[in-house]
Design a protein around this ligand. Structure first.
Ligand SMILES: [Fe+2]
Ligand SMILES: [Fe+2]
Length: 178
């Protein structure tokens, strides 16, 4: 039976850890990375496109809603736009960490987005369109989280964090529905 080595923490194979850390060109991605990197990057790029479309939709709603009584709704639209932009930034950052290319191409943005843009002019139609988009986002994040499983804990954690905000957004929009 092998003697236990007091300098080595239980359960961690230090030689394997050092071997997996050797390829410096891969930045944060070590040889032990268990995810399907191509598939994860593709999913993250679809999520990025979705978030960018959501930024544009909320921004348009924010700028076009008028009327004194709509002030709080306008503020909610702006807050959501800002948070969707933050999600887009987190996703782009993660794609780069995984040695992928974040796709910001405006020509194909809508095709690659899960959620839709909205050109409606009355405020209740805007709220409804946003609620639909938020529910689409929630469901797409739920599927991504399920697919990633335990293969990439950092990406999984990020997607869970974003999904929780989308659930708040959906709740906010539902509260504004008449
Ligand atoms: Fe978002
Ligand atoms: Fe959202």
């Amino acid at each position: 039976m092998a003697e236990s080595n007091p300098t080595q923490p239980a359960g961690i194979d230090r030689e394997a850890v050092r071997a997996a850390a050797r390829n410096l060109e891969d930045g944060p991605v070590t040889a032990g990375y268990k995810g399907d990197r191509t598939a994860v990057i593709k999913m993250l790029n679809e999520a990025l496109a979705t978030e960018l479309v959501c930024v544009l939709r909320y921004k348009r709603h924010y700028y076009t809603v008028s009327g004194l009584q709509n002030g709080p709704i306008k503020a909610e639209f702006l807050e959501h736009a800002t948070e969707e932009q933050e999600h887009a930034d987190w996703l782009a950052e993660r794609i780069v960490q995984l040695n992928g290319q974040p796709d910001f191409n405006p020509a194909t943005l809508l095709d690659r987005s899960h959620a839709e843009y909205d050109g409606s002019e009355d405020v209740q139609s805007m709220i409804r369109a946003n609620l639909i988009a938020e529910r689409v986002a929630i469901e797409s994040y739920r599927q991504m989280i399920e697919r990633i499983g335990d293969s990439d804990p950092t990406t999984r954690h990020l997607l869970i964090k974003i999904m929780a905000v989308e659930e708040e957004h959906a709740d906010d929009m539902r509260d504004l529905l008449e």
